[in-house]
Design a protein around this ligand. Structure first.
Ligand code: BGC
Length: 813
């Protein structure tokens, strides 16, 4: 193993059991301290789009950033660095030492449910953005954590699946973002994934965690497991895993002590793990002088944060089509705004990256503050199949206050153990709780602030009885999945329809019995519970008719469509890229009668657009964070340029990507497409022409590329760069992202992004820019020799705005 920088502390005086105890968490998100080692307990928090705190749910109010694909779509390392800085500030304010991000798994198949958390399909773009994020965060003394190492691109059977990947593909594609971030920014920690890699659990991957990460890359940071991923003591401890998360229980403890005593694990190996932990502690200020949070940090709803969140989101919004320059809109336009996502804009994905933000601005709110009159709003067709947690403004706790729901935790005699009033309609029981006796049931109360037709219910494993306005329902909510994740992330439950009449509020009450050890299928006494309540969706035909009426009466219709946390979430993959429900019909109904139609896509990842030729413009909005509605409205009106470029290729139809299935066969998911994922495979003709290429995005500019010139200086690293003159032929200042691809002559080597540069140019002006090729993209992995080989600089370089719009081709001979 690579040498770990020596901590000045003499570990031989610390008993083995004490050292081992340090190597498993103390709770879900905290570690043990050790007085003798001067070690204070460290705190970790998810995650990539906000620092949600030390609880699984119900954490403090924090800033919700735009999701990773929106951030990446600006192709802007400065923005990624700013994101790292902002997250570090949010972490310091909460005493958090390590933020569990960035996620740099790649967009292999567009069906991956968790792609919204990861930057892109391209290893260079992902690696460089990750490095910038890590720099921004660690400069403030907060540790970053690259995750999830490695080949963790989908969620189906995520706790057990073996990703089967050949070594060259692993090095050239899936390890590469990690390699780049390690080399360029030296992250202080890395998270080992749930899956197996070529049959060996990621947490026991000596090859990846020791031979690659430490020996080849010379990295000195700490490897922690994904939550509950570790299943062994000696193989994981010998395989390069330093820290088991979460705690306090886990597979190490006494088992690891015994493994050392029996000689299966050398005590020096345990010492190395502890030294890495101490090094992390030194770096994040958990030893020596503690790191102080600056006194004047902006609060999540401060003007500073609102400006940052609006700007960061708007920069990643991406204009996919814009016929006749329908965008930007004028503030005097009469706008019909249609769609459930306009009213309930989805600002974040589901799972462990979820945070509790101060607000989530809808597109209705964003446009209302900007349009001279209107917009005329039409709520849309149903977008979910399953019930979802009530938004904060539709429930309040009896007696008023900011809380949504009151939960009384009961013991076996029905005595109240604890009363909770939660801001969100959610609580987690039996997890990091400090209760005097076990909780077996819960009494729940809330006031429903809606009227008319309402769907209400309760979600989360348990036996529910709920009453509202004289209606009562009882049901058993269960999961049939396995392993952590299912009962915490895919909440089962039911809703029922109630017609609420007259002045509210309307009193909702009920009980939940938690499962005990005799029940099958979930952890005894542990549950994540939510109350669902939403206005019942009207029949599709009624919605379409109302939408048509509004569309006929307006100058421009904006239809907002998208996915929800049912598709874009941890623990679940998609089965189709089609928009859920009857949203395609809604777009078509509006487009058939509106003078002009703009579609806004509120989804982080590719969707199908069978109506594309029937509408005038499409703006991709991702999951734009807490100020989402403001960012989208500002972009639609041209207050800011939506200058994003896609970070993943949108196929034309289901099955239209080289890598498609995410369903393991006999426990294995074979990455047999090798390096040909995303645009690489489409370019080589291994998949049909896509709907939109990664790199595509029109902004509000119009560009001419002239006098492209390639310079090759020697043959070594950094040898190739390209200069080009950009002319902004548009009517406004615009930001162009000049992308440099290389298509090597060798047939077995795919085209690849090797560099990019961005320039903001005034209308009518021109600018000469240079794009340097990153030498790491010009190597191939020689599996037989076990090393990188520099490739000959042959083939073609391409300057492109995504490979569907190549502006210059230069032969390298
Ligand atoms: C996720 C990780 C996350 C961890 C802690 C896991 O389910 O895969 O990304 O950091 O939970 O919440």
């Amino acid at each position: 193993m690579n040498d770990v920088p020596q901590s000045p502390v003499e570990l031989s005086t610390v008993p083995l059991a004490e050292k081992v105890r340090l190597l498993t968490g103390a709770s879900t998100f905290t570690l043990h301290g050790h007085d003798g080692l001067g070690l204070r307990p460290m705190a970790f928090s998810d995650g990539p789009t906000g620092v949600r705190g030390l609880q699984f749910s119900g954490g403090p109010e924090v800033t919700l950033l735009p999701n990773a694909t929106v951030l990446a779509s600006s192709w802007d390392e400065d923005a990624a660095e700013e994101v790292g800085r902002i997250l570090a500030e949010e972490a310091l304010a909460q005493g958090v030492h390590v933020v569990l991000g960035p996620t740099i798994n790649l967009h292999r198949s567009p069906l991956g449910g968790r792609l919204f958390e990861a930057y892109s399909e391209d290893p260079l773009l992902s690696g460089r953005l990750a490095a910038a994020y890590v720099r921004g965060m660690q400069a403030a003394g907060v540790g970053a954590c690259l995750k999830h190492l490695v080949a963790n691109e989908s969620e189906t059977q995520r706790n057990t699946v073996s990703s089967v990947v050949d070594e060259a593909t692993l090095r050239e594609i899936y390890l590469l973002p990690f390699e780049i971030a390690v080399a360029d920014a030296d992250p202080w920690s890395v998270m080992s994934a749930y899956n197996r890699v070529n049959g060996i659990p990621a947490t026991e991957q000596h090859h990846v965690q020791v031979e690659v990460l430490r020996d080849d890359w010379g990295w000195t940071g700490l490897v922690m497991s994904d939550w509950f991923a570790t299943t062994s003591a000696a193989p994981a401890a010998n395989g390069g895993l330093d820290l088991v998360m979460p705690g306090p229980d886990g597979p190490w403890g006494d088992a690891l002590v015994r493994a050392v005593e029996s000689g299966e694990v050398a005590e020096s190996t345990v010492d190395e793990h502890v030294r890495r932990l101490l090094l992390l502690a030194d770096r994040v200020g958990a030893r020596g002088a503690p790191r102080e949070a600056p006194a004047d940090l902006p609060t999540p709803d401060s003007t500073v944060r609102r400006e940052q969140m609006t700007r960061l989101a708007a920069a990643g919004l991406t204009v996919l089509t814009n016929r006749g320059g329908v965008l930007p809109l004028r503030s005097t336009d009469a706008v019909a705004l249609v769609g459930r996502h306009a009213v309930e804009t989805i600002c974040m994905g589901g799972g462990s990256s979820k945070v509790n933000p101060p607000h989530q601005v809808s597109i209705v709110e964003g446009l209302r503050t900007r349009l001279a009159s209107g917009p005329a709003v039409v709520d849309g067709v149903a977008v979910r199949r399953r019930p979802t947690m009530a938004r904060q403004d539709v429930l309040c706790a009896p007696g008023g206050s900011d809380a949504s729901v009151v939960w009384e935790l009961l013991d076996a005699d029905g005595e109240v153990l604890e009363t909770r009033r939660t801001e969100e309609a959610e609580t987690v029981v039996g997890w990091d709780d400090d209760l005097p006796r076990p909780c077996v049931g819960i009494r729940v109360r809330a006031e429903v602030l809606l009227d008319g037709g309402v769907e209400v219910g309760g979600l989360g494993v348990g036996d529910w009885t709920l009453r509202l306005a004289g209606e009562e329902r009882s049901y058993a909510a269960r999961v049939d999945g396995d392993g952590f994740g299912e009962e915490m992330l895919k909440l089962p439950g039911e809703t029922f329809r109630v017609d609420l009449r007259g002045e509210g509020p309307h009193h909702l009450e009920g009980t939940v019995r938690l499962l005990d050890a005799d029940d099958q299928g979930a952890m005894a006494g542990v549950a994540r519970l939510q109350i669902a309540a939403t206005t019942a969706v009207r029949p599709t035909e009624d919605v379409l008719e109302e939408a048509r009426r509004a569309a006929r009466a307006c100058e421009v219709a904006v239809v907002v469509v998208g996915l929800t946390e049912e598709q874009e979430t941890e623990a679940v993959d998609k089965s189709t890229l089609a928009l859920p429900g009857d949203q395609d019909d809604l777009v078509r109904a509006v487009a058939a009668v509106a003078p002009r139609t703009v579609v806004v896509v509120n989804a982080a990842t590719p969707v199908l657009m069978p109506w594309l030729d029937e509408v005038d413009a499409v703006l991709w909005a991702g999951l734009p964070g807490q100020e989402g509605g403001h960012a989208v409205a500002a972009a639609l009106l041209g207050e800011v340029e939506p200058a994003g470029r896609l970070v993943t290729t949108f196929p034309r139809a289901d099955g239209g990507s080289v890598a498609w299935s995410v369903t393991p066969v006999d426990g294995e998911l074979t990455y047999d497409e090798g390096p040909w994922i995303g645009y690489r495979g489409h370019w080589a003709g291994r998949a049909p022409k896509p709907l939109f290429w990664a790199g595509h995005g029109l902004g509000y500019g119009a560009w001419e590329y002239a006098d492209a010139e390639v310079t090759i200086d020697g043959t070594g690293p950094g040898a190739l760069d390209v200069a080009v003159t950009l002319r902004n032929l548009g009517e406004r200042e615009s930001r162009e992202v000049v992308q440099l691809y290389w298509d090597p002559a060798a047939d077995d080597q795919p085209v690849r992004l090797v560099g990019w540069t961005a320039a903001t140019v005034d209308s009518g002006a021109e600018r000469r820019v240079r794009v340097c090729a990153d030498a790491r993209m010009m190597r191939r992995w020689d599996t037989a020799a076990g090393r990188w080989e520099q490739m000959p600089l042959d083939g073609t370089v391409l300057l492109a705005r995504g490979l569907g719009d190549v502006r210059a081709r230069l032969d390298l001979g």
